[in-house]
Design a protein. Structure first.
Ligand code: HEM
Length: 709
């Protein structure tokens, strides 16, 4: 039998009209104790999408307080209907991404090599939007997957949008776009089981790779630390393909685009990446967000590698082959401007999610080359974006719309937001003047570079693409010994997750064509019983000169700027020591983050209160570039009992971080099992000078000599 509901004002669900206190909020209380917050003063009235004011957003319309919900509740139905349709398809690749606004500033006029408007006037700033991404993982995957990072830039020039849709690696897995669905299917989760997520450590990926020799150069890059960057701010970007710059006289120069981070290169180590993914799956996006919000604007320089036909002809490899790069030692990178990110998005969906980059968005003065990967991409992006954004009118969305005047006769379609007035929607027409609408412009309009093309119609791969191992070897040989070890360890880790022994063997056979020691190290790590024969190679491996610019360690930062120290404190901490550390870090442009047993903070020895940013188990040392252990004697004894504190210390040591510490921290070293292993990466902090010495040491970022990894 239905219970009788309490009689009340029959159209209102609040107990009375007087506000009540609910925690620290002034609210109205509903008949079942639910919280109502109402509009008043400058708090606007909630409405439906049709603009109808809403009286109660806590309760649906019912027949009696305990009765069925009425179908006529248009507010409820509209709210749920809209919620049901909130998601749009995620990107088929690069689903996980993070964007920010900024500008490009030209250093000098490049009129001699390109007529692109944005490069004409020195010091001119052009607005842009950048989206960084991972490739394989779905939208909710962790930031520190071992993966290529997308580095896509949309520059809103005065002659239309120019997109440089690049990666943080200058080469790619495949040579022809027709193989893109295969490499992506193989890399993403296996179709029967739906896992693994955001990982290439599985059979399908390595099966495909082991049967695709052209991918060997890229394999070296993704198994290197480039695939686990410390932050977007510390990675390079590359346009990958050869493009053309064309000047006002119609002269073409080949170009490769580079983005060089002002803060230098830095990566994490693999064990750290695995732990960061648990501790803060949003590590990279948070880093970018925080840096911009703090006014510490990330910067990159645009670099151009410029070359002509004669270089292209004499270069060892085909400049149309996206599995090859041009060493900077052969064609230097000319830095022509800077990219600054100075504004976070206001709305993640509207901007980061809806932004649509496309390689075919180029402006007069830029042109394509015949790279078959680029040619395929030019079709793919527009096509996928129609599905992803649901209408050919996605260019009307503010993030995608040009910031220069634009006009066409394209019309209608879903969600058409820009609808010209008047009669004309075609040309030629005889209406004339404004009424006749836009007309083509032979002077300003985009004209393709008139490259001479001829040949039989063939479904073939050029033989000039056939050398698959020489640059892979060159990359490996250009790494420091530590980096080579990381690369070998990564291969062993990934291939150890491969369940089919034949695939592991096939990969080692390829490695034999790259470097014998690498192959042996990996075979040993895998416990391979018998060394396979080297894989059949279409071309023998050339021994190219190492290119030092390929090493992260040789191109690391010269300062600790933009990095973060995690300081573990307890009650009784020496306040003046913390202040000295903070001032040394401020001087360097680096950050200090306080970690304590409780997030409320700690009481310093002088009785003052220091607030913490993290509780110890929420702020593991993997989240910091270096650590400072500053407990009091008493505090250290208590901390030593906490597993999270022991891991904090043990991980900082294992990840080769610099460790600043007070004498009281000794008990933590004992508990972490590293008391006997203290090296020059441990820096005793007693006063101001020690803090400066600690920060100076941190400029090396890691104490690589420790060699635990
Ligand atoms: C040099 C090789 C490539 C690079 C550097 C590259 C780079 C990127 C980047 C950075 C994004 C993410 C853009 C964003 O943040 O929204 C992306 C997305 C995408 N790429 Fe590529 N890609 C490459 C090859 C290809 C190829 C060969 C194809 C297909 C033939 C392709 C198809 C796609 C598609 C369909 C998306 C999703 C686009 C969207 O939904 O907006 N990519 N790519």
């Amino acid at each position: 039998m239905a219970k009788k509901s309490k009689p009340n004002d029959r159209t209102r669900s609040v107990i009375n009209d007087k506000p009540a206190r609910y925690a620290d909020q002034e609210v109205m209380i509903g008949t079942a104790g639910e919280v109502h917050q109402t509009a008043a003063g400058d708090v606007p009235v909630l409405t439906t999408q049709q603009g109808i004011p809403v009286s109660d957003d806590q309760n649906s319309l019912k027949i009696g307080a305990r009765g069925p919900t009425a179908l006529e509740d248009f507010h409820f139905r509209e709210k749920i209907f809209h919620f049901d349709h909130e998601r749009i398809p995620e990107r088929v690749v690069h689903a996980r991404g993070f964007g920010a606004h900024g500008y490009f500033e030209n250093y000098e006029s490049l009129a001699d090599i390109t007529k692109a408007d944005l490069f004409q006037r020195p010091k001119e700033k052009t607005p842009l939007f950048v989206r960084f991404s991972t490739v394989a993982g779905n939208k909710g995957s962790p930031d520190l997957a071992r993966d290529v990072r997308g580095f896509a830039v949309k520059i809103y020039t005065k002659q239309g949008n120019w997109d440089i849709v690049g990666n943080n690696i200058p080469v790619f897995f495949i040579q022809d776009a027709i193989k893109f669905p295969d490499i992506i299917h193989a890399a993403k989760q296996e179709p029967d089981r739906g896992f693994p997520q955001a990982q290439t450590a599985h059979d399908n990926f390595w099966d495909f790779i082991s049967l695709t020799p052209e991918s060997m150069h890229m394999v070296m890059w993704i198994m290197s630390d480039r695939a686990i960057p410390r932050s977007f701010r510390f990675m390079e970007g590359f346009g990958v393909h050869t493009f053309r710059l064309v000047n006002a006289e119609g002269k073409s120069t080949f170009v490769k685009f580079h983005w060089k981070p002002k803060l230098g290169l830095q990566s994490v180590v693999w064990n750290e990446a695995v732990k960061i993914n648990g501790a803060d799956p949003d590590f990279h996006r948070r880093d970018l967000w925080d840096a911009i919000k703090m006014g510490d604007y990330p910067e990159w320089e645009l670099g151009l590698q410029l070359f002509d036909d004669s270089f292209a002809e004499k270069f060892d490899f085909d400049v149309l082959d996206a599995t090859k790069f041009i060493p900077e030692e052969e064609v230097p990178v000319r830095r022509v401007g800077r990219l600054v990110l100075d504004r976070c998005v206001d709305n993640f969906f509207a901007e980061t999610e809806q932004v649509a980059f496309c390689t075919q968005n180029i402006v007069p003065g830029i042109d394509f080359s015949n790279d078959p990967l680029l040619q395929g991409r030019n079709f793919s992006y527009l096509d996928t974006q129609l599905k992803r954004l649901g209408s050919p009118n996605f260019t009307h969305i503010p993030i995608n719309a040009p910031k220069c005047p634009f006009a066409s006769f394209q019309q209608d379609g879903h969600m058409a937001l820009i609808n010209p007035k008047g009669r004309v929607n075609y040309e030629p027409n005889s209406w004339g003047g404004e009424a006749g609408g836009p007309r083509e412009s032979p002077e300003q309009g985009f004209r393709s570079y008139p490259a001479e093309e001829q040949g039989a119609k063939l479904r073939v791969r050029s033989e000039t693409f056939a050398d698959h191992y020489s640059q892979a070897r060159q990359f490996y040989k250009s790494q420091t010994e530590t980096e080579q070890n990381h690369l070998a360890n990564a291969l062993v880790f990934e291939l150890s997750k491969v369940e089919t022994p034949a695939i592991r063997g096939r990969m080692v056979a390829h490695l034999l064509n790259i470097d014998e020691n690498l192959a042996k190290q990996v075979a040993d790590g895998l416990g391979l019983k018998e060394m396979p024969k080297p894989a059949d190679a279409a071309r023998p491996t050339q021994d190219l000169k190492p290119s030092p610019t390929l090493s992260i360690h040789l191109n690391g930062p010269k300062s600790f700027k933009g990095r973060k120290v995690g300081a573990l404190l307890t009650d009784g901490v020496d306040k003046s020591l913390i202040e000295s550390l903070k001032s040394a870090l401020d001087g360097e442009g680096a950050l200090l983050e306080i970690i304590a047993p409780k997030v409320g903070g700690v009481q310093a020895s002088d009785g003052s209160w220091i607030e913490a940013k993290q509780k110890i188990d929420g702020g593991p040392s993997v989240l910091y570039d270096a650590v400072a252990l500053l407990p009091s004697e008493e505090g250290a004894k208590l901390l030593a009992k906490e597993p999270a504190a022991r891991d904090f210390v043990a991980d900082a040591f294992a990840h080769m971080k610099f460790i600043g510490h007070t004498a009281a921290a000794a008990i933590l070293f004992e508990k972490a099992g590293i008391a006997e292993n203290r090296d020059e990466g441990f820096i005793a902090l007693k006063g101001k000078d020690d803090c400066s010495a600690f920060v100076a040491a941190c400029r090396q970022v890691r104490f690589w000599k420790r060699r635990v990894n």
